[in-house]
Design a protein around this ligand. Structure first.
Ligand code: 3PG
Length: 307
């Protein structure tokens, strides 16, 4: 089978080698399309491929229509909002993710952002410490749980909420469950967002929630820009000069936010949560192994679509 690794933001060379070794070792052919300039380049590269490994690359209906032999897409990572699941299912293409494989990298970045904001973005201005503060974790999945554990190790109090988990699982994971988002935001000095972008969550975090945060609150988003109501965020920062926003997924209104609120808003230049040697290796190799297994045995364990 022919497998395309399509990564606009490339994996490390070592991870690419590992992916190639696994796939060619199982008798597959590998093509790599990295750093491509336009979506058209991706569309042009799929004409004869049976499988695709992606990161945040967009598998649109156009990509699917251009790939008549395609049988499986593996998103090397957690969030699959970049894949048109409906179009994939209609074409009977299996879509998988590699849950948990890059979670530690993202969790470390979330904690790093909290420290960066607490320590005034590493300027000499007097900052504050995380110890003794409360972090509220919005969604207690693979990343959220790790953020909680690391925050607890720094002496933070950890609260969490997850609509898909029974409270016992939150307690088992070392966090104190809260009953709703209002409670999470109103009791947390830091809120760390770990929800996926879905029709239910898009623009779900806005003025009302953000302004529930106590004085000096910092909102940290290593999830998706789409879950933030950007106008609501801007108004919250306007009305509450004590609030701050740090994100790994730059909002569309970043220029306006930076101009109005300066260092109270921080965004990484490009999403980097999963961009570590370890996470590249974990997610990339998992994706390759899942493809090998799918073609060898039909294993669809990590399939996220239904048809
Ligand atoms: C994920 O959903 O796994 C993360 O957002 C990482 O995305 P990336 O592979 O584009 O860095």
């Amino acid at each position: 089978m022919k497998v395309l690794v399509a990564t606009q933001k490339p994996f490390s060379a070592a991870a690419v080698k590992g992916i190639k070794d696994i796939l060619t070792g199982a008798g597959h052919q590998v093509e790599v399309l990295e750093n491509y300039a336009a979506q058209a380049d991706f569309v042009a590269a799929v004409a004869d491929v049976d499988a695709i490994i992606i990161r945040s690359d967009k598998v649109t209906e156009e990509v699917i229509n251009a790939a008549p032999k395609l049988k499986i897409v593996v998103r090397a990572g957690a969030g699959y909002d970049n894949v048109d699941l409906e179009a994939a299912s209609a074409a009977r293409i299996v879509v998988m993710n590699t849950p948990g494989q890059n979670a530690n990298a993202v969790a470390e970045l979330a904690l790093g952002m909290m420290i960066y904001m607490a320590r005034t973005q590493f300027t000499p201005s007097t900052g504050s410490e995380l110890q003794g503060k409360t972090v509220g974790i919005q969604a207690f999945g693979n990343v959220g749980r790790l953020v909680g554990q690391k925050a607890a190790a720094l002496g933070m109090k950890v609260k969490a909420i997850d609509p898909f988990l029974p409270v016992e699982k939150i307690v088992e994971g070392g966090a104190e469950p809260v009953i709703n988002l209002d409670e999470l935001y109103s009791k947390s000095n830091y809120v760390s967002i770990h929800i996926p972008a879905t029709p239910q969550t898009v623009k779900s975090i806005g003025y009302d929630l953000i302004t529930k945060m106590p004085k000096g609150g910092v909102l940290v988003n290593t999830a998706r820009k789409e879950v933030i109501d950007e106008a609501g965020l801007a108004k919250a920062l306007e009305d509450r000069a004590d609030l701050k926003y740090a994100t790994d997924v730059a909002p569309d209104n970043l220029a306006e936010l930076k101009e109005k609120f300066g260092a109270r808003v921080f965004a990484t230049p490009k999403k980097m949560g999963a961009q570590t040697a370890e996470a590249n290796m974990n997610a990339g190799l998992a994706a390759a192994n899942q493809i090998v297994d799918f073609f060898a045995t039909g294993n669809t364990r990590f399939q996220v679509n239904k048809f």
